[in-house]
Design a protein around this ligand. Structure first.
Ligand code: URA
Length: 252
């Protein structure tokens, strides 16, 4: 099992070190925050570096801390944002507090969405969980809403479901994928793997072109009412369910 969200008392770690790991500055800068009495309990009591603490018992400048180590974040990625720490902006990190880029370890995207794909993107600093969710052995379903340049012809449903479709430059066929046609040029596609530009390449293999792509679901997780450009922290039961479903074989 990977790291769990920290809720226990972390008395073996100084508060300054903990804050530095969360990106609140260098250790020296975090010590300075404490010296300036800017680190408090939720009810405003000033804390000292060596005090016992829990993640939720610390506020900086009157605000709760950013998500704890081991958290999984669900972002509704808008179009145009890049899943990278160092590409041409805008980056998905621009949608979080700037100190997120200084966290150790960093909140890394779970797989990637292209800049011109919108929708559900997970991020976590739990490397074991990230690996498990993105490993080729993971069968987690990912659901995409697709708009196409040309009308769907109908044969795509069987081709994608066949388990024999081979993409250019690859040596193994794609796993069966479920295509549901929702309109003349629209469909939803459910994949159980995550190859490079997979959806765009699948439709290119049928002579079509993806005009817009949106990820609506990752496993059982959906965006719900989360607005584009905003994010939330997954509840522990959602993380547990995600972890458990990563290795389950699909029924279709
Ligand atoms: N498939 C793609 O082609 N692009 C994405 O961003 C995700 C899946």
């Amino acid at each position: 099992m990977g790291a769990r969200v920290v809720s226990v008392i972390l008395s073996d770690m100084s508060i300054a070190r903990y804050l530095a790991r969360l990106g609140y500055g260098t250790r020296r800068e975090a010590e300075y925050l404490l010296a300036q009495r800017r680190v408090t309990t939720p009810d405003g009591q000033v804390v000292r570096d060596r005090d016992a603490f829990q993640h939720t018992s610390l506020y900086v400048d009157g605000a709760p801390l950013d998500p704890p180590p081991g958290a999984v974040l669900l972002l509704n990625k808008p179009l145009g944002y890049v899943c990278s720490t160092s590409d041409r902006p805008p980056l998905v990190y621009d949608l979080f507090p700037t100190r997120f880029l200084a966290r150790t370890p960093i909140m890394a995207p779970v797989g990637r969405l292209d800049a011109d794909t919108s929708g559900l993107l997970l991020l976590t600093d739990d490397g074991v969980l990230n690996h498990r969710l993105t490993s080729p052995r993971s069968h987690l379903p990912k659901t995409y809403e697709v708009t196409l340049a040309e009308p769907v012809r109908g044969h795509e449903v069987d081709r994608f479901a066949s388990g024999t479709l081979m993409l250019q430059g690859e040596t193994t066929p794609l796993r069966p994928a479920r295509l549901v046609v929702t309109g003349e040029r629209t469909a939803t596609l459910c994949l159980h793997e995550g190859r490079y530009h997979q959806v765009r390449r699948m439709f290119a293999a049928t002579g079509n072109h993806v005009v817009s792509l949106h990820r609506a679901a990752f496993g059982a997780l959906t965006l719900g009412s989360l607005a584009a450009g905003t994010w939330r922290v997954l509840a522990p039961h959602e993380v547990d369910a995600l972890r458990a479903s990563a290795t389950k074989r699909p029924t279709t």
